[in-house]
Design a protein around this ligand. Structure first.
Ligand code: HEM
Length: 404
């Protein structure tokens, strides 16, 4: 076992012309050093795990913590200041037993009844946006017309945010997820969002409705501060992630016409297609844990206190787990992919995200069977500057039927 001697930063650059493939350096690392020394932007010397087996091992191991005051941020610009303990309610950055308590309260809210009702609303919201696209006519920016508003409205629906308020939080949310916005701007955006969510919590206490936030406000002993922070997490975690899967997913399908034709010919392929797109595109670059004690991992010694970043794109393209991993194959079983993470912090909203994609993607290509890019693929602006990968804009066009 050896400790790190040299370390490089986490490879994130996508290669021009291959918008769907992770950086080549990740594949090289997975082959040569699936657990490799990594230099963190704050100067910390930690590790990067790239194989499917090691990524899952780290995420399932209670000796690795997700506490905000112990982990070092793997990408620049992801933190608003020094590491410090998570504020009340920010369960994503807590370990058991605190994490377990919040998670239990929230899992109880994602009921079959609520999911079923949301599915109906997702179908309606999707149809409304496709109608609007049709009325507008080509070309449109698919991000603005489809991919961003649908998950935004679904989160509003889930939490009980008046839908007219969506635009108010969309910009602030983007700033929080940007790698290039200054810490001051982030703090300002965070403050505005927190004030918005706090006002919403107070409104739900005064006038409860049939939504997740009202149930949490009135059915649990969570404080206003906890409720405000939990709402902020759900907004943040559920909005841009799904939006980017819808947009990048559509881009990937338009770039693989054979796969798109297979999906259009057989709606029964939808569930597999969604899992494969999640695996193939891996829009979340990774997540980080800190060792609570010395841990031997893949033949290396991770010292107590060191951070280990796990690369989700590298794990999801690991040939040891997925045959021919760099091929988009909607017929394959992508079971075991880690696009939603793994272990106790595995995505809380994954069923909701799946429904949004299972409804949205086939409906888009059924309504516009000739949908295609309106610009050359290399002109599509990629989100290489954001914590969640995807596209900033996706100009698309389609053939309009001539009636007369
Ligand atoms: C956690 C991905 C949609 C809420 C996660 C994690 C990943 C992820 C990778 C694990 C993070 C970690 O271990 O550090 C995605 C993707 C989505 C999506 C790719 C869309 C395609 C959603 C939606 C919601 C949501 C729609 C909510 C409505 C959460 C929450 C957590 C989480 C609350 C933290 C869970 C915990 O710490 O216990 N997500 N997510 N996500 N996600 Fe998602």
């Amino acid at each position: 076992m050896s400790e790190p001697t040299t370390a490089a930063a986490m490879p994130t650059a996508r290669v021009a012309g291959c918008p769907f493939d992770p950086p080549e350096d990740l594949a090289r690392l997975r082959e040569d050093q699936p657990i490799a020394p990594m230099a963190y932007p704050d100067g910390h010397l930690g590790w990067l795990a790239t194989s499917h087996a090691l990524v899952r091992a780290v995420l399932a191991d209670p000796r690795f913590s997700h506490r905000a005051d112990l982990t070092h941020a793997p990408l620049g610009g992801t933190r608003m200041g020094e590491p410090r303990p998570a504020p009340p309610g920010i369960f994503t950055a807590m370990d058991p037993p605190e994490h377990t308590r919040y998670r239990h309260l929230l899992t109880g809210q994602f009921t079959v009844r609520r999911m079923r009702r949301l599915t109906g609303r997702i179908q309606e919201i999707t149809a409304e946006h496709l109608d609007a696209m049709e009325r507008h006519g080509p070309p449109v920016d698919l991000v603005e017309a489809f991919a961003l508003p649908i998950p935004g409205l679904v989160i509003c629906e889930l939490l009980g945010v008046p839908t007219g308020e969506r635009a108010r939080f969309q910009d602030d949310m983007s700033k929080l997820l940007s790698l290039e916005v200054s810490p001051e701007e982030k703090i300002a955006a965070f403050t505005t969002l927190t004030e918005f969510m706090h006002a919403l919590v107070l409104a739900k206490r005064a006038d409860p409705a049939d939504d997740l936030l009202s149930d949490l406000v009135n059915g649990t002993d969570l404080t206003d501060e906890e409720l405000t922070n939990i709402s902020g997490i759900l907004m943040g975690a559920g909005f841009e992630t799904t939006a980017n899967m819808l947009a990048l997913g559509a881009f990937a399908l338009m770039s693989h016409p054979g796969q798109l034709a297979a999906l259009q010919a057989d709606r029964g392929l939808t569930d597999r297609a969604v899992e494969e797109l999640l695996r193939y595109l891996s829009i979340v670059p990774g997540t980080v844990r800190a060792a609570l004690e010395d841990v031997e991992l893949g033949g290396r010694l991770v010292r107590a206190g060191q951070s280990v970043t796990v690369s989700i794109p590298a794990a999801n393209r690991d040939p040891e787990h997925f045959a021919d991993p760099d091929t988009l194959d909607l017929h394959r079983s992508a079971a075991g992919h880690v696009a939603f993470g793994h272990g106790i912090h595995q995505c809380l909203g994954q069923q909701l995200a799946r429904v949004e994609m299972q409804v949205g993607i086939p409906a888009l290509f059924a309504r516009f069977p000739t949908l295609r890019l309106a610009v050359p693929p290399e002109e599509v602006p990629l989100r290489t500057d954001m914590m969640i990968y995807g596209v900033h804009r996706l100009p698309v066009t389609w053939d309009v039927a001539q009636d007369e």
